[in-house]
Design a binder for this molecule. Structure first.
Ligand SMILES: NC(=O)c1ccc[n+]([C@@H]2O[C@H](COP(=O)([O-])OP(=O)(O)OC[C@H]3O[C@@H](n4cnc5c(N)ncnc54)[C@H](O)[C@@H]3O)[C@@H](O)[C@H]2O)c1
Length: 431
């Protein structure tokens, strides 16, 4: 089946590569010509495990095509996936301009019936807006649909080949059947529903996961006050099958390109519907507060005299296995440390180049030992595997002061204290 994918970011590119693997003729379009140039050479424009191999396979098989021209991709496509960004505006509201621009370009290039399927995360009223824009530029019949995406950066390829569920929201049986046929090789339960419900499922999922994280961080604050251990609390909590053990890791909270903006979008959307989503606002407040909570610990350990110190931040990407730094906790922490007069050294296995684009006056490293040389504290921000098994005997010798503030609770407090480190985690008591 010929399909078109609009936007070659994390979602679009993985979607295109996966459907090409299943022997569809896939045409992926992006307005970013540099990106298309790279993609045509088989190079992934961002770090994502397994993606480049899948791209090369797709290109070699002749099933995967990249172009900056809609007129090559859209005509005769049976399904057209919209996968462009839906970023947050300055005020937290959602920006649908990319989705609407893409809809206009699709309409101008439609030559026969196709299903226009929104994969971008959008509020349920978006479909109406897309239909209105498209009606200005085409008379050709088409159906609208929504297949929200649940992949996680860092395991996007695996998640797309083996998703937890495939949600298909469509306005007609014809569109549902076409989308069911396209997804047939993907082994996962199907939820076939109306478009609004499909889009609400995506927002509800992200809001719920964000809630779990802010909940456990609130409990961690109590653990810190009372001297309880959040790791044991999380374990005891997560063993209840009604609760589950995922997303119960206390620490710096969530960042990235989805949870923050999707939480803000749902709050803004709820307001438009006349509902004050106070509950979700508090989830966001708790999350935003974790950065200062962490920095308070840093200040505490230096007794307020942190100005002029050299500190090392381990981790720049918003989570391990990606070079995506959008809404990364590290960025917020580094900027605030610099405002406090701290000299910052930053280490990340893959995100250094991204970091250099937005951070000034920091020193960047890929090697943690180089980064920690002469430093007064190790601040663990992203839980990369490379940072989990460090040689702390060696580190004790190269650091100026033996201080660790662990924003993801990955280290063993007792073992580090034995080596003479002052150790602070989040909600781990005993500090
Ligand atoms: N990144 C994730 O982990 C993830 C997971 C699930 C859902 N989503 C949602 O999927 C959507 C896309 O996210 P992403 O992270 O892949 O975005 P991204 O920013 O990585 O990529 C978007 C791409 O769309 C391109 N683009 C913008 N306007 C275009 C147009 N008119 N025509 C063609 N291309 C255009 C951009 O150049 C860019 O390459 C968002 O709504 C996001 O919330 C993302």
């Amino acid at each position: 089946m010929k399909i078109a994918v609009i936007g070659t970011g994390y979602v679009g590119l993985v979607t295109a590569a996966v459907f090409a693997k299943f022997k569809n003729e896939v045409w992926a379009v992006d307005i970013d010509k540099e990106k298309i140039k790279k993609l045509l050479q088989g190079k992934a424009p961002f770090f994502e495990p397994g993606l480049e191999a899948l791209l090369k396979k797709g290109l070699n098989s002749g099933n995967l095509h990249f172009t900056s021209l809609y007129k090559q991709a859209v005509p005769e496509a049976k399904v057209i996936f919209i996968c462009v960004g839906t970023p947050a505006k300055e005020n937290g509201d959602y920006d649908l301009s990319y989705v609407l621009k893409a809809s206009e370009a699709i309409a101008k290039n439609l030559t026969e019936y196709g299903v226009v399927c929104i994969k971008s995360t959008v509020p349920p009223s978006t479909t109406k807006k897309v239909a209105l824009v498209m009606s200005r530029f085409t008379n050709i019949a088409y159906d609208l649909a929504s297949c929200p995406e649940f992949l996680k950066e860092g395991s996007a390829v695996k998640d797309s080949l083996h998703p937890s569920r495939v949600v298909i929201g469509a306005s007609s049986q014809k569109a549902k059947d076409l989308l069911l046929k396209l997804h047939q090789p993907i082994p996962a339960p199907r939820v076939v529903c109306d478009i609004k419900s499909a889009q609400m499922i995506k927002y509800a999922a992200n809001a719920f996961l964000a809630t779990k994280i802010s909940f456990i961080n609130s409990i961690a604050r109590l653990c810190d006050r009372v001297g309880a251990d959040i790791d044991q609390v999380s374990q005891g909590l997560g063993l209840d099958p009604r609760i589950g053990d995922r997303f119960l890791n206390a620490g710096l909270g969530y960042g990235g390109s989805c949870f923050p903006k999707d939480t803000w979008a749902l709050i803004a959307y709820a307001k438009r519907l006349g509902y004050n989503f106070k509950f979700l606002k508090e989830v966001d407040n708790v999350n935003q507060g974790q950065v200062n909570y962490f920095l308070d610990k840093v200040n505490l350990v230096f007794k307020g005299n942190v100005k002029g110190k050299t500190l090392t931040v381990l981790g720049l990407s918003f989570k391990p296995n990606t070079d995506d730094i959008r809404e990364s906790r590290a960025l917020a922490i580094i900027k605030k440390l610099q405002q406090m007069g701290v000299k910052v050294r930053v280490c990340d296995p893959v995100a250094v180049e991204q970091g250099k684009k937005v951070l000034k006056d920091a020193l960047f490293f890929k090697d943690p030992y180089q980064a920690l040389k002469g430093s007064s504290a190790l601040l663990l921000v992203t839980e990369w595997d490379a940072f989990k098994n460090l040689n702390f005997k060696r580190i004790a010798k190269i650091m100026k002061d033996r201080i660790i503030v662990d924003g993801r609770n990955i280290y063993h407090p007792q073992a580090l204290r034995k080596l003479g480190f002052i150790y602070m985690g989040v909600g781990r008591g005993g500090e």
